[in-house]
Design a protein around this ligand. Structure first.
Ligand code: COI
Length: 366
């Protein structure tokens, strides 16, 4: 897939097999990293060059590197899955590659080709495939979480797009993002903080958006919630997303709705896949504005039967309640979240090669 081949600089002190096996048995999320990382450098004069897979380790950055001051940075999240025959696959990488280019344009960073994006995943996995965990059951969502990112590394304090940039991919074995797995999570309604505004960077996957969500995330934790729901900045009325996940609402008549995409919402690959799988299941997907009042009223009347969050890291996780400063929005009846569970099982079956890939969503890495 890649145009350029990645030069290999092998790690001379890789993790011992027994230590890696211990980590894979209980990886958590984002805590352990594999033995190598992929790297490609960009300069204004030379473009993308110097493709390498090299030992994982600390970066040397000049203290004046632009990313440290002006946050010119973007990233992606994508997983590698081990199938029963031992092969390793990833899911819709061209969607992530395309979003990465969209994010790059918004952050005035250079665009990386799809060939280099997918090629970097292939090159890293060629070395570190032993780090892809093997699922122990059909409910097990363990995988190798891949984190491509791009930073402005130029040593310069003037505010303008950097002329030296580095792209890396690191990889981290992962279990469920939420400790409770498929147990419903409580969500905090951020009434003061906004994540994104029209014309801003909300649709781009840039570190700044996540930094902007942290004060609200802190409020969420203080109130016993695992995530934050953000409303729109203009009217404080329309549901946007959770900051790291998209939201879906299931209605008792078979409709399944998610906020329509605007420039303040991240276009999730899982979100897009859920819309397709829902249609396959005979549900009626809708992308449209959804107000907080519709959530309140639909929950109280029983019109809304399920709410769930979805994302690469979170897969599909039911939302048990929305907690605000003055209220708790709970669904009238406890449905047991059958639709969320069914869609989640369909998605995992596809990703782990247990179901036929009728949409052509899988790419083999190893
Ligand atoms: C992902 O789902 O891959 C994300 O990027 C969310 C994350 C920041 C945990």
């Amino acid at each position: 897939m890649s145009n350029a081949s990645f030069e290999l600089l092998p790690n001379s002190t890789p993790t011992a097999d027994s230590i890696r096996e211990d980590i894979l048995a209980n990886p958590g999320f984002g805590q352990y990293f594999t033995d190598h990382m992929a790297h490609v450098r960009w300069t204004l004069d030379a473009g993308w060059h110097g493709h390498q897979v090299r030992p994982y380790g600390p970066l040397t950055l000049d203290p004046a590197a632009a990313v440290l001051h002006y946050a010119q940075e973007i990233f992606e999240g994508i997983k590698a899955y081990r199938h029963a025959d031992g092969s390793v696959w990833t899911f819709r990488p061209e969607k992530n590659a395309e979003r990465f280019r969209r994010s790059a344009r918004r952050l005035a960073l250079p665009e990386l080709s799809d060939a280099d994006f997918i090629g970097s995943l292939e090159a890293l996995l060629a070395q570190d495939h032993a780090w892809v965990p093997t699922p122990r059951s059909e409910a097990d969502e363990c995988s190798l979480y891949l984190r491509p990112f791009m930073i402005a590394s130029e040593k310069f304090l003037g505010v303008r797009p950097a002329q030296e940039v580095d792209y890396y991919v690191i990889a981290s074995p992962a279990a469920a993002y939420f400790k409770g797995g498929i147990e419903p999570v409580s969500i905090w309604l951020s009434e003061h903080y906004k994540r994104a505004a029209p014309g801003g960077t909300g649709f781009a996957k840039c570190g700044g958006n996540y930094a902007a969500s942290l004060a609200a995330q802190k409020e969420a934790s203080a109130n016993g919630c695992g995530q934050v729901a953000f409303l729109d900045a203009a009217e404080n009325k329309w549901i946007e997303e959770l900051g790291g996940m998209n939201l879906f609402f299931v209605f008792k008549d078979g409709r399944i709705a998610t906020p329509r995409l605007t420039d303040t919402i991240l276009e999730g690959v899982t979100r897009d896949s859920v819309l397709t799988l829902a249609r396959d299941e005979g549900l009626t997907p809708e992308e449209r504005p959804i107000s907080i009042d519709e959530w309140r009223e639909g929950a109280a009347s029983g019109e809304i039967t399920e709410v769930f969050a979805c994302g690469t890291a979170a897969v599909i996780t039911p939302v048990g309640e929305l907690v605000g400063e003055q209220e708790r929005i709970r669904l009238a009846g406890d449905s047991g979240n059958p639709i969320a569970k069914r869609l989640r099982a369909k998605l995992l079956d596809l990703q782990y090669g247990r179901a036929e890939d009728t949409h052509g969503w899988l790419t083999r890495l190893v």
